[in-house]
Ligand binder design. Sequence first.
Ligand code: FES
Length: 107
Amino acid sequence: AKVTYVDHTGAATQVDVAVGENVMRGALYNGIEGIIGECGGGLSCATCHCYVDPEWTVEAGGPSSEAEAELLESAAAEVRPSSRLSCQLVVTDALDGLVVHMPEHQF
Ligand code: FES
């Protein structure tokens, strides 16, 4: 599925991310800066924070778990209603064309 990552300057990069893979690893595997994913998707770092584009619902890919919502509060950048931890966003065919925006910093 195609996923577009937009950095804080507005520069967009579209890549192919395999269905079943998460949006954090999709960024890492494609050398996209702006998502760190320090804990490897273990839901303990919040350095994979992203904002789901307004064209998509923040619940794209399923609603956040309580653990995700709690950890999100410790994200370095401003937390908005569209905030998600990208390691919890699993790519499906229904998410083809997903656009996520990355904060300026993850620490
Ligand atoms: Fe650490 Fe997502 S990669 S919480």
